[in-house]
Design a protein around this ligand. Sequence first.
Ligand SMILES: NC(=O)C1=CN([C@@H]2O[C@H](COP(=O)(O)OP(=O)(O)OC[C@H]3O[C@@H](n4cnc5c(N)ncnc54)[C@H](O)[C@@H]3O)[C@@H](O)[C@H]2O)[C@@H](O)CC1
Ligand SMILES: Nc1ncnc2c1ncn2[C@@H]1O[C@H](COP(=O)(O)OP(=O)(O)O)[C@@H](O)[C@H]1O
Ligand SMILES: [K+]
Length: 517
Amino acid sequence: MVDRLEQISQIIVTAQQMRDIEARIFAAGMPVAALMEKVAGLISRKIQVLYSNLPRVGILAGPGHNGGDALVVARELHFCGYDVKIYSSFSKLKELTWQHLQYAQSLGIPCYESIEELSDCDFLIDGLFGFGLERRLQGAIAKTINQVNSWSKLVISIDLPSGLHTDTGEVLGTAIRATQTFCLGLWKLGLFQDDALEYIGKAELIDFDIPLADVQAVVGDVNRIHRITQTTALSTLPLPRPAVTHKYKEGHLLLICGSRRYSGGAILTGLGARVSGVGMLSIAVPESLKPLLVAQLPEALIIGCPETQTGAIASLQLPKNTDLSSFDAIACGPGLTGDSTPIIQQVLESDRSLILDADALNILAQMATIPTLQKRQAVTILTPHAGEFKRLFPDVSDAMKDRVRAVREAALHCGAIVLLKGARTAIANSQNSVWINPESTPALARGGSGDVLTGVLGGLLAQAKSKHISVEQIVATAAWWHSQAGILAAEERTELGVDAFTLTNYFIPVLASVGKN
Ligand SMILES: NC(=O)C1=CN([C@@H]2O[C@H](COP(=O)(O)OP(=O)(O)OC[C@H]3O[C@@H](n4cnc5c(N)ncnc54)[C@H](O)[C@@H]3O)[C@@H](O)[C@H]2O)[C@@H](O)CC1
Ligand SMILES: Nc1ncnc2c1ncn2[C@@H]1O[C@H](COP(=O)(O)OP(=O)(O)O)[C@@H](O)[C@H]1O
Ligand SMILES: [K+]
C-alpha cells in the first residue's frame, strides 16, 4: 500500500487544476480562512525548526491569498518571539488578506511600503504571488523584487517564487530568487520547467491533507502529469527474475550504433545496456569496429556489418537464422552518422519495440515519415534532446519555452512515446500522460551521457517484455536511474568527474545505496 504522502508527491498540477481542486474543497464546506490557518501553521512550524537561530524576519505580503498565507505566518512567528517586519504596498487586497494585515498591524507588527525597511532582516518570506499570478510584473513591484534579489539574502518562497508562471515556469518580468520553496499541497508544474530551475532553490512539498478523491476527480488517470519518484522507479528496479530462467528469457536487445567516425557512441550504448542486466546483448556495428567492441564488451555478440565509404553501417547483416523478430527490443542511433538511412527504414518496418536516438532521429526527421510511426505494430520510443526535437517536430510549439506542452504535442502527433532530454527530462505518451524526472544534475550535460541512457533503456525494455510492466514505467525508470547515477557520481567525484564512461559505473551503486542489493 503506497502511503498518502507518496501518492500526493507523484502528482504534478497546473494552476487551473489546483484552482479546481481547491474549489471542490471549499464547496464541500472547508472554510477558506481555516485552510489558510492550517497551511500557514505548517509553514510557520517548519520555519521555527529550520531557522530558530535567525531572529529578524521580513514578510513580503502580496494582494492575494499567497499574501494571506504570509501574513498568518508573520503573526505566528511574532507570537513565537521573532522580530517581524511586513512589506505590503498594494492598494487593493483580497478581503481575507486585508483582515490579516489589519490584525497583524493591531498586534504592533510594523508594516512598510518600502522594501528598504526590510534590509536588515536575517531572512525573508516571499508571499507576494502564488498560483494566481497572471500578468507580467512591472513598475514598483518589479523593482522591489530586483532589490530583494540584489541583497542575496536567504529567501523562502511560499508555494512558488513570486514572478514565475505556475505552468511554464517562465519569469514574468522578474522573479524572486528563492533559497527554498515550500510548494503547497501539490507540486506545481512550473517548478519542473527549465526557466524556473535557477529560482526555486531547494523545493519541498508541504502536504495539507487535500483529499485524494478531490485530486483524483480533477487530474484523472489519463492527461495526468506524473512526478517520477524513487518509490515508482524502485517498484520495477531491478527487474524481477524468476529462479528458473535463461538468458533469452531475460530479454534480447539489439543495439545498432557506431561508425568509423563515432565508435565511442557504440561502446557507451553497450555499457549502458550492460548495467541494465539484460539477458542477451547483440550489437550491430560497422565491420571495422568489431575488434574494438569485442574488447570492451566481451559478453556481447558483436555483429560486424558492411560499411559505406564513410565507415557507417551500409546494411544490417544479422547472423544466420536471425532476423529482427529474434530480438525483444531494438535501440538504434548513437554514432550512426546520417549515412545509415536504409537501416532506419528497416527497423521501422519491424514489429519489435524500438528506441530511436541521436542520428536515427536526424535520419527520421529527414525521411519526413513521422506520421507512419502510428502504423507500427510495436511501441516506438524517441529520445531527442532539444535540438533533435526541433528537427523532428518543427511545427510543435517552442520546445524551450514549455517543454511539457511540447512533448505532449509531439507524442500526440507521432503516436510514439517521446522522451525529451534536458535538465528535467519529460516523457509523454500518445494518450496525453506525462512523466517528469524531478531530480538530476548538470554533471550529465556531457557528450555521451545520452548514449548511456539509450543503452540502459534498451536493456530494460528488452527485459520488461515478459514481465508485464508498462513501457511508460520502463522509460520513466530509465530516466530516473540515469539521473540518480549522475547524482551519485557527482557526489563522489564532483560535477566535473562524471564522464559518460564513469557514469556507467554508478548505476549499480545507486541500487545498493537504496538497499536494493
Ligand atoms: N485558499 C487558501 O487559503 C489557500 C491559499 N493558498 C495560497 O493562495 C495562493 C493563491 O491565491 P490567489 O488565488 O489569491 O492568488 P495569488 O495570491 O497568487 O495572487 C493573486 C493576486 O495578485 C494579483 N495579481 C496577479 N497578477 C498580478 C500582477 N502582475 N501585478 C500585480 N498584481 C497581480 C491578483 O489581482 C490577485 O489579487 C496560493 O499560491 C497559495 O499561496 C493555497 O495554497 C492553500 C489554500
Ligand atoms: N543540465 C542538465 N541537468 C541534468 N541532466 C542533463 C543536463 N543536460 C543534459 N542532461 C542529460 O544528459 C543527457 C544528454 O544526452 P544527449 O544530449 O543525447 O547527449 P549525447 O548525445 O552526447 O549522449 C540526457 O539524458 C539529458 O537529460
Ligand atoms: K510566493
